[in-house]
Design a protein around this ligand. Structure first.
Ligand SMILES: [Zn+2]
Length: 296
């Protein structure tokens, strides 16, 4: 969706852009267009995203003929009508839909005499470069290295970066089955609806493990403190010739994150084995009912 705002901000010669200009924008500017009461979800969403990207698109002035004087982000202080009131338009004596070319004379800036303090401030903070009447204006996506829009650079700029968790490669790798990855991720995050969590909002819930029917069902118990699941896990580990070391769940994830590194067939098989074991245990738990809703 943001990519479409990028395209609309500097214009192009395709049918979609021409249709948007004729049907939605008509004679108004993208940045001033009001959200209609009745319009498509796409158009409404696009208009709502404008504040998010407006300052990311920087216009560099050549001849000024394709950049809006009042609405586009070309001035060092940002879009002029974002900082100053519409009164400054009146003070300048210029129409509201005029382009930057109206203040370009040859290769220099040419404002009319300042009629207000606001206009004087605008004139005193002009870009450090001079316009060039021989080249066209250029739009630059500030968050990418080459100045053009890319989804990856946009995502990187919008999200809050966090360090990778040690078990990242244990869960997310190309050969894994998405359902297994998801269930293992939920289990590692401790978000399975085990009986001890259900008991917090349902005091009538039975908290005994449904697998062994002897111990309370906490999150760590089914993986692999429970006698039932421990037996399954021990047999799986024996198949791969690696005796089960009997760690608790959190310690086991730390151990597996350290020892299951690389892309060798053995490592991939071990990680798949873990995903299958966790998914198989989950199938037997009441939590599986919740997972079925999430993953189906
Ligand atoms: Zn049990």
């Amino acid at each position: 969706m943001i990519r479409y705002i990028w395209i609309l901000s500097f214009g192009t010669n395709n049918l979609w852009y021409s249709w948007i200009k004729a049907y939605h924008l008509k004679n108004s500017n993208l940045w001033e267009a009001k959200t209609p009461c009745t319009c498509s979800w796409n158009w409404r969403k696009l208009l709502h995203l404008r504040p998010l990207v407006r300052l990311i698109i920087q216009h560099y002035i050549g001849n000024g003929s394709s950049t809006s004087l009042w609405f586009n982000n070309w001035h060092p202080d940002g879009p002029l009508l974002l900082k100053w009131s519409p009164r400054v338009v009146y003070d300048s004596g210029l129409p509201i839909h005029v382009t930057v070319s109206s203040i370009v004379h040859g290769d220099s800036w040419s404002w009319s005499a300042a009629m207000s303090i606001d206009l004087f401030e605008i004139k005193s903070h002009m870009p450090s470069y001079n316009p060039n009447s021989n080249v066209n204006d250029r739009a630059c996506w500030l968050h990418s290295s080459n100045g053009t829009y890319s989804a990856s650079s946009t995502l990187a700029s919008l999200r809050t970066p966090h360090p990778f968790v040690p078990w990242f490669k244990l869960v997310w790798f190309p050969q894994n089955i998405p359902r297994m990855s998801f269930i293992l991720w939920v289990a590692i995050r401790g978000r399975l609806s085990t009986q001890d969590r259900i008991y917090k909002y349902d005091p009538m819930a039975v908290t005994t493990c449904v697998l062994c029917n002897t111990h309370p069902e906490s999150h760590a118990h089914p993986f692999f403190e429970c006698l039932f699941s421990r037996a399954i896990w021990t047999q799986l580990m024996n198949i791969y010739g690696s005796p089960w070391n009997g760690l608790c769940w959190n310690a086991f994830i730390d151990w597996a994150s350290t020892h299951c590194r690389g892309n060798s067939p053995t490592i991939i098989a071990n990680k798949l084995c873990l995903g299958v074991a966790v998914e198989s245990v989950c199938r037997l738990l009441p939590a599986h009912l919740v997972l079925v809703r999430w993953t189906s």
